[in-house]
Write a protein that binds this ligand. Sequence first.
Ligand code: RUB
Length: 431
Amino acid sequence: MSERSFNVFTARAEQIDPEANIIATYYVEGKDISIVEAGVKIAAEESIGTWTEVSTATEWIVKNLPAKVFEHKVQDKNTGIIKIAYPNTLFDFETGGIPHILSIVAGNLFGSSSLQNVRLLDLEFPSEFVSLFKGPKFGIEGVRKLIGTLDDRRPHLGTIIKPKVGLNPKETANVAYEAAMGGVDFIKDDETLTNQKFCPLADRVTHVMTALDRVKSETGRTVLYSPDVTTETYKLRDLAQVALDHGANALMVDVIPCGFSAVRLLAEDPSIKVPIHVHRCMHAAMTRNPKHGISMMVISKLVRLAGGDQFHTGTAAGKMGGKEKKIEELISINDFLKGRFYRLKATFPVASGGVHPTLVPINVLTLGKDLVIQAGGGIHGHPEGTRVGATAMRQAIDAAVNGVPLEEYAKTHRELAVAIKHWGMKFVSDD
Ligand code: RUB
């Protein structure tokens, strides 16, 4: 590394003002270069540098725009953690928003031939940037208010209608009705169901909401339904409007296929007055490799900024991720979503994927009560059907919240006992 590069693209920690920079933390593995050299390569590429010196850089550019490596911790020879400060001046926060931030802090660097691996672990934002976002419209408290759990603060029970796709609108509504009568608080489409011919969105929402109105009149309970409006950006508002016009009391979107701005578009539209449920399918292409890609923490921060009211972050035990699951990371992500973050409302973490009653206690004990715990197969796969399956899940939540061992609780709760007998007390995996 030339002395000039070192001087331009590094700084001492005390020189970095967190209000004047976006700060990114990376895990890096240099290819025969030190981690500071690797960091300088990233800082240069993502601010004012390229592979060679250029004669066109003005004094103003060199003074104001370079990103700077200001902290590093070597783990082993060429691997370690670095922090890079990207000066606010590099961005037009208002115009660029999240896409522009990502073009820089998560841009060309992933393909750099100087790096064996690189993973964006965390992002910290100056208040000037965060102040431009409205965040979740409802947040945990708002969703609890809609469902009526502000006082008892138990975890919410959600279900994903199964099979993933194929039911027609009437069949979907029947399953929704049974699940709601069994005790679920929240119903969602699976991430692959949108507006297919076998189950058009408008018809589906009409039927499901009619069923949920029946549940309301029979039980007094409000159950939320979030139809999936994942689509092309230019069609998103219209598709959401179709769902709302037919009575949807929540909306769902797949954030990685659609982009963070799709969530923001829905959340910040004043005419959309329902919670936004955010699914994370495709995230593992970025999050699964512990050495390369983008962490779930970064994705979760961006979803909260963009305005997701509920967001899938994973389970303490379930079908996704298996043995590689890092519970500590999951806990810190959920803590971030639930904790203070400037003035933005909290996002409800969602634990989903392979959950059935037996796995409820470990999820609730590990992740806490401010949690939406979801089961698809774990409800609709109950030997006695959806309604009994939902009741068994609710019983498992009650047992966990009251600290009663599941097998003990099952002695007086038949639905739960049947579920335990069916699935056993073991961890499931789809591998
Ligand atoms: C749940 C399901 C969801 C996953 C996504 O169905 O398929 O799409 O929860 O996983 P089931 P994650 O309950 O039958 O497994 O929340 O980890 O992104």
